[in-house]
Ligand binder design. Structure first.
Ligand SMILES: NC(=O)c1ccc[n+]([C@@H]2O[C@H](COP(=O)([O-])OP(=O)(O)OC[C@H]3O[C@@H](n4cnc5c(N)ncnc54)[C@H](O)[C@@H]3O)[C@@H](O)[C@H]2O)c1
Ligand SMILES: [Zn+2]
Length: 346
């Protein structure tokens, strides 16, 4: 089969030919219909050899959806021909987080060498994907795999972050979304569907601001040195009760801290390495700052239900497997509008 691999530290991803995988006991083989291109992969591919956490070569793609084509011994409850989305986080299967279906917070998995597809284990940017356990598969029930696949990360991650902040997002409140990219443009829609908050979206690109407006942001603000002041003005000087930073770099985490209202919930989702300056001497007391990671299995099921109800619609640009390296370049250059999705089987 053909697959997209990150093979060498600092090199661009490459399209290679690999043996077709076969399911072992308990495993499920998918013919991949769609694989999402996430900015986290770009962060990952910028790490040094010393800090790179996974074995190379690595088949990319931690957002995957496809059709079940073969079942390993002992797999029950799923049939060949089923169309499914893959829940990415993996767990040890024995800790409290795993029992709760919150494999995203299982810390033992990595210690045991159990990794998510595309983030340590072979990922979805290939014609076929092996999934270790049927409990990580969620039926699509008629959803289009191409527009649904980003929901496994670009939908699930903002959904998890927003759920934490729901008690703060009451009528009259404001939610700020920093970065209206793959995750951010879904976050805006989730905020509109789940909360009465006024949604203010920020980005450095006018095109992304147009997309943000198109998917439901009430206000858009260019993310420049005047942005904090603009957001403060829009909130009558009080700041926002929910702040979601999908960039996470120094300028945006500083912005996130400075637009937070008293008792705000600030979620730093982007992996840009910035920190939020909060303290008792700032204007915002009792701000809670969190760095949420991905989401739970039940939250993925909930996000898929929202898509079925028409509450979220991912904007996608589609590419063939051979075009995947070019799709990563476009994402790196900030040119992807919505989410880039690879179609490994054409
Ligand atoms: N915590 C998690 O579980 C998790 C999961 C998935 C992705 N991520 C991270 O979330 C971030 C977003 O991922 P994505 O795939 O949506 O990326 P993306 O490239 O699609 O979107 C990023 C957006 O941020 C905008 N942007 C860049 N600099 C900005 C600035 N200074 N101010 C405002 N906007 C700015 C870009 O124009 C772009 O629209 C990445 O850092 C990614 O690694 C984290
Ligand atoms: Zn991701």
């Amino acid at each position: 089969m053909k697959a997209v691999q990150y093979r060498e530290i600092g090199a661009a991803p490459e399209v290679v030919t690999l043996p077709d995988p076969e399911p072992g006991p308990g495993q499920v083989l998918l013919r991949v219909a769609a694989a999402g291109v996430c900015h986290s992969d770009i962060a990952l591919m910028s790490w040094s050899a010393e800090s790179f956490p996974y074995p190379l070569p690595l088949t990319l793609g931690h957002e995957g959806a496809g059709t079940v084509v073969a079942l390993g011994d002992g797999v029950r409850g799923i049939e060949e021909g089923d169309s499914v989305a893959v829940y990415g986080p993996q767990g040890c299967g024995r800790c409290v987080k795993c029992a709760q279906g919150r494999e995203n917070y299982c810390l033992r998995a990595a210690e045991l060498g159990i990794f998510p597809p595309g983030l340590g284990a072979p990922g979805a940017m290939a014609e076929y994907l092996l999934v270790d356990d049927a409990r990580f598969l969620q039926p699509l029930h008629g959803l289009d795999p191409v527009t649904t696949v980003p929901l496994t990360d670009a939908g699930l991650t903002p959904y998890h972050a927003i759920r934490r902040a729901l008690p703060k997002l009451v009528p009259g409140s404001t939610a700020v979304v920093i970065g209206a990219g793959g995750l951010g443009h879904v976050a805006i829609q989730l905020l509109r569907a789940l909360t009465p908050a006024r949604v203010v979206a920020l980005d450095v690109s006018e095109e992304k601001l147009a997309l943000a407006r198109d998917v439901g942001a009430h206000e858009v603000v260019l993310s420049d040195e005047r942005a904090a002041e603009r957001v403060r003005e829009l909130t009558g000087g009080l700041g926002a009760e929910g702040v979601f930073d999908f960039v996470g770099a120094e300028p945006t985490t500083a912005l996130a801290g400075s637009v937070a209202a008293v008792e705000a919930d600030v979620a730093i989702v982007g992996l840009g390495g910035g920190a939020v300056p909060v303290g008792i001497n700032t204007t915002a007391f009792d701000v809670a700052v969190a760095a949420p990671y991905w989401g739970s299995r039940s939250e993925l099921a909930e996000v898929l239900e929202l898509a079925r109800a028409g509450a979220v619609e991912v904007r996608v640009e589609t590419y063939s497997l051979d075009e995947a390296p070019a799709a990563y370049e476009r994402l790196h250059a900030g040119k992807v509008n919505g989410r880039a999705v690879i179609l490994p089987n054409g």
